[in-house]
Design a protein around this ligand. Structure first.
Ligand code: ADP
Ligand code: MG
Length: 686
């Protein structure tokens, strides 16, 4: 059988050597088909000549005229300056880097074509370092819009154009199969590919810029279908492993619940039932539990953990930060201590002899519940009978990290997986990011919570706020004062928090002020948290380390400095540290004026809503998906054509098509995944 021309290696194209093949390979481009699915980021319009009088500020344009004046202007930035006249106006062109040959070449009286970005100033339009041709008026003009491809250093646009020209020629000769041909769509796959690589001069540039052109929609739909299918394949693969079926014969869940001072909410019970059903099966559970801040996800995790432990297995509980992992450790010690569950602590900071000991209790199976951070799935951690992995606050982990931990249980077996998300995820995003997981929602808060009242306050009213905090503390209430990230560095952050803590302490000498940040040792953090919990510290100055999970119900006041620096989801998490008890809670967002329009809109969302789902939707709308999921997951969320939120409304259709294709059991599924996500799949498995 001869090879289809589009599946040939890129090396088969003209003008491409082994070095370039390798570099393109690094970008995930291996075959001619891959080249066709590498789309331009934007386009330049070189299809027409723009009269100088009609140049628009900031837009690229081709101008054709005659050189009227050419001078080398001395000064701090020596420049070769041309005046070009086309009868409608005069364009100034400046070259700050130029050779003597150019000075010779660019003489008054010669016809010239330039292409570049026009800028308007008081002296009329100008261009800096445009491309140019002298004496020939046609060369800069092209028939189609000029595509600009995403690239890396050293691969110029002309190379991309040459390669895609050849790929498009091959596409014409031997079109690939249209895998969605049953779709009633104005564009076929081939037409759409052609259109996006070489849009005709008449193309509606604005529509393309907004990602709404039918050719883009056609390809975006196919890409979303392929993405859904790849997650379904991933899921099918995970589900094909064996997992221990966990029965309730020896379960002490009922007696554990009887020791608690409260009853599980209806939502907690419902979700626990979902989980129990999954864990009773012989294929791994893949379940995501979404629940707003304070909805009681930890209890749901504890119930699942106890089931697995009582059935004779090990459980791993992983948290994204040391502080949160430590809090889980405290919590589970408190809950499971009376049941004599053997709990093992493992974080990156457990070193030397302690580490060796921890690892050996895990390997021997003595440790029934292992709590920790990422260190849990580093090399050298071997479990004896791991049946359940709980990942708390999933939005901070990537999919591959989750998978890495699941590899820990040996060859053909995989533990059950329970993922708890702190941030409620907008529907569109969860459809994209978690389509391989089943989802349960804890849609009810424990009874007796009063909604948090949030206000925006200009930071010039700081002294007033300090007075308010001081008097609240004197009345026996407790408060957080959160200093937001100043820098990427934990060190500077800690320093800044230290300074604030000292200021506040001297402003309210009779109030006991504590300080917590990421640079403290585990023991010191623990000690501070204990003192805050016991009421010994009234005001806790903190960095965003307290963002997730920290639970001190008596704290009812939170000040967040410079909230405009944080995402809404993060603010919602932080704010969720208060409002956990019965007293009315307040959150004061102490912003730095002047506040931009977008920042004000975002902070207003916080003032108006306590609903994590609503806030997450607004966050997505105002900031885009990458920001919301955090950098760890953005890699997974970048598509070639599909855009969020522009293509949100394609998702339902994409899901429906994907299910239909998955059900027909043909090879289309694999072909689509291969075409669109081959490389990403490999990445997800690292
Ligand atoms: P999150 O979902 O944000 O992780 P937590 O699990 O930390 O929430 O629970 C928040 C607080 O609510 C904790 O103090 C927990 O003990 C308490 N809690 C959990 N479930 C209930 C319940 N059913 N009734 C009363 N309080 C509860
Ligand atoms: Mg939690």
């Amino acid at each position: 059988m001869t090879q289809h021309p589009l599946t040939q290696s890129l090396g088969a194209l003209k003008g491409i050597g082994p070095k370039l093949v390798e570099r393109l390979g690094d970008m995930g481009l291996h075959t001619v088909e891959d080249m066709l699915f590498h789309f331009p980021l934007r386009y330049q319009d070189r299809t027409r000549i723009t009269p100088i009088a009609g140049l628009q500020d900031g837009l690229d344009a081709v101008v054709s005229g005659e050189i009227r004046m050419a001078n080398v202007v001395p000064g701090r930035r020596r420049a070769l300056v041309l005046k070009i006249d086309d009868g409608t106006g005069v364009l100034t062109v400046r070259f700050f880097h130029f050779r003597q040959a150019q000075v010779q070449q660019l003489k008054p009286g010669r016809p010239i074509n330039v292409f570049g970005q026009a800028r308007w100033s008081v002296n009329g339009p100008d261009m800096v370092h445009p491309e140019y041709r002298v004496d020939d008026n046609s060369q800069l003009l092209e028939e189609a819009l000029t595509p600009l491809y995403p690239t890396v250093e050293g691969i110029g646009q002309s190379i991309w154009r040459k390669l895609t020209d050849q790929a498009l020629a091959l596409l014409n000769q031997s079109p690939p199969e249209d895998l969605l041909k049953d779709l009633q769509h104005p564009f076929t796959l081939v037409d759409a590919l052609y259109y996006l690589h070489r849009p005709p001069a008449s193309a509606p540039v604005a529509q393309i810029r907004e990602w709404q052109h039918p050719a883009q929609l056609r390809l975006a739909l196919e890409e979303l279908v392929a993405h859904q299918l790849s997650l379904q394949l991933l899921r099918a693969e995970e589900k094909s492993y064996k997992a221990p079926a966990i029965n309730d014969r020896n379960s002490r869940v009922a007696s554990f619940l009887a020791t608690l001072p409260f009853e599980p909410t209806g939502a907690q019970q419902r979700v626990s039932t979902d989980i129990a059903k999954d864990m009773a099966a012989t294929s791994p559970m893949l379940r995501l539990v979404q629940g707003d801040v304070g909805s009681g996800k930890t209890l749901v995790a504890a119930i699942a953990a106890l089931r697995a432990i009582d059935a004779g297995y090990q459980v791993a509980l992983m948290a994204p930060t040391e502080l949160l992992a430590e809090q889980h450790l405290r919590n589970f010690n408190h809950w499971f201590g009376p049941l004599s569950v053997n709990i093992c602590w493992l974080s990156g900071k457990v070193k030397g002899k302690a580490r060796v000991e921890a690892l050996s209790t895990i390997e021997s199976g003595t440790a029934q519940l292992v709590i920790g951070t990422h260190a849990l799935f580093q090399e050298g951690v071997k479990f004896k009978g791991l049946a359940l992995v709980i990942v708390d606050e999933q939005h901070r982990f990537g999919v591959h990290q989750r998978l890495a931990l699941t590899q820990k249980s040996g060859d053909n077996a995989m533990p059950h997986q329970l993922v708890l998300t702190a941030t409620p995820i907008p529907r569109t995003l969860s459809m994209l990011a978690y389509a391989d997981l089943d989802c349960s929602v804890i849609d009810e808060l424990p009874p007796g919570r009063t909604p948090i009242k949030t206000s925006l306050i200009d930071s010039n009213r700081r002294p007033e706020v300090i007075q308010r905090v001081a008097s609240a503390c004197r009345e026996g209430r407790q408060a957080y004062w959160v200093c937001t990230l100043i820098d990427e560095s934990e060190h500077l952050d800690a320093q800044a928090a230290q300074v604030v803590a000292e200021q506040l302490q001297s402003a309210m000498p009779d109030v006991s002020v504590g300080l917590i940040h990421g640079r403290l040792s585990s023991n010191d953090k623990e000690a501070v948290m204990q003192r805050f919990k016991s009421g010994d510290i009234a005001l806790l100055v903190a960095t965003t380390v307290i963002e997730v999970g920290v639970d001190v119900p008596n704290a009812s006041l939170m000040i967040i400095e410079n909230p405009e620096r944080l995402g809404l989801a993060q603010l919602h998490q932080l704010r969720g540290r208060v409002g956990r008890g019965a007293t009315a809670s307040f959150c004061l967002l102490l912003y730095q004026s002047p506040l931009g329009q977008n920042s004000r809109a975002r902070l207003n969302v916080m003032r108006e809503s306590n609903d994590g789902f609503f806030i997450a939707e607004e966050d997505l709308r105002l900031r885009g998906p990458g920001e919301l999921l955090g950098t760890r997951q953005t890699g997974m969320m970048t598509f070639r054509v599909a855009q969020l939120p522009e293509h949100d409304d394609l998702l339902d259709e994409a899901c429906a098509i994907a299910s239909a294709i998955a059900n027909e059991g043909s090879d289309r599924m694999n072909q689509l995944v291969q075409r669109w996500t081959a490389d990403r799949q490999a990445f997800a498995r690292v």
